[in-house]
Every structure is written in C-alpha cells, then in structure tokens.
Ligand binder design. Sequence first.
Ligand code: IMP
Ligand code: MG
Length: 188
Amino acid sequence: MRDYRDFLGEVLIEKDQLQERIAELGAQISRDYQGKNLLLICILRGGVMFLTDLMRNISIPHMIEFMAVSSYGVGERQSTGQVRITLDLNTPIHDLDVILVEDIVDSGRTISSVLDLLSARRPRSLCVCTLLDKVERREVQIPVKYVGYTIPNKFVFGYGLDIDDYYRNLPFIGVVDLEKYEMVRKTG
Ligand code: IMP
Ligand code: MG
C-alpha cells in the first residue's frame, strides 16, 4: 500500500486538536451521566480509536460494548442504505443509559438503522456521540447529542476512518485528494 502522503490533500484536524476536543467531550459526558448506568457502544471498526480515547477521558464508572455493521465496500465512497449487522452485542441493554460512539455521521443511514435496532431493545436512554459530522450530506434526520467537529463534505481518513480499509492508525484527520488516490491505487 502507498504512503498516505501520496494522496493527502490537507490535514483537517491535527492530533492535539482531536485530543483536546475529546477531553472536553469526556468531561461533558462524565457530568451528564453522573449517577447513571452508562454503556458506551462502539461501532466497529471506525469508532475504535475514538472510543479508547473517549473512555480514558470519562471519569465515571461505565461499561463498553462493540457492534459491527457493514455500510459499503472497497472502492465505494458512500453508504448504500442497506446496513447489515455483522457483529451484535453480547448483553441486553434494558436498564442502561447507552451512548453510541461513532467515527462519522454522513448520510445518517448507518446510525439511523442502528438506533432503530437498539431502541427496540428498550434501553433506559439512547443517544449518539460522533467525532465527526458531515451535516451537509444528511439524508436521514437523526438526533446527535455530542459532536466533536462538524466538517465539510470531503472524504476524510485517519484516526479510525479508513480508505478501503487502510490508514485507520493515523493520529490526525486528513482529507483525501481523490484524484491522486485513484491514480496511486491504479499504479499500486
Ligand atoms: P452514513 O451511513 O452515510 O452516515 O455513513 C457512515 C459511515 O460511512 C461511517 O461510519 C464511516 O464508516 C463511513 N464514512 C462516511 N464518510 C466517510 C469519510 O469521509 N471517510 C471515511 N469513512 C466515511
Ligand atoms: Mg468505513
């Protein structure tokens, strides 16, 4: 695979900025959920980096769980609306105050399907915390309680977000130069 610098358009959010904002979100959640029975559900795989940094910044006792859904395949840049659960929770969530932890809300289709599925299980409360929000692209209206950053309509990568399954490890959010990316993809 190619070095990300071959197709990086620009760094949109630096590592330190991300960490500062996540500390604020963690502090906010710690205040809001004081005395509650908090469960963070991470949507794999994009939400993993965000979850681990967020939970380090939450000072109240809480649990974590993982769920995986498939939204689109390699080479596609938007979700199809056909969201499939590929990994489900291991425990019931009734009596729990649930926060869904997502990397990015784009059209809103993925999170909307997950919200439908989870609310049927009757948690005490349910809300969404997303690191990034591409509001311009929204097709399905969903309530998002916590947002790290609202970003423009550009394809981004790093900090959990992938391009064709790679580059999730980068500690910042970068914008993909799609023209360059397609060129380097063809040439290997
Ligand atoms: P939605 O269903 O359109 O809201 O898409 C949400 C999912 O698409 C996210 O969980 C991401 O996995 C993926 N996604 C959306 N935009 C981007 C992006 O700019 N970069 C990488 N993945 C993205
Ligand atoms: Mg993805």
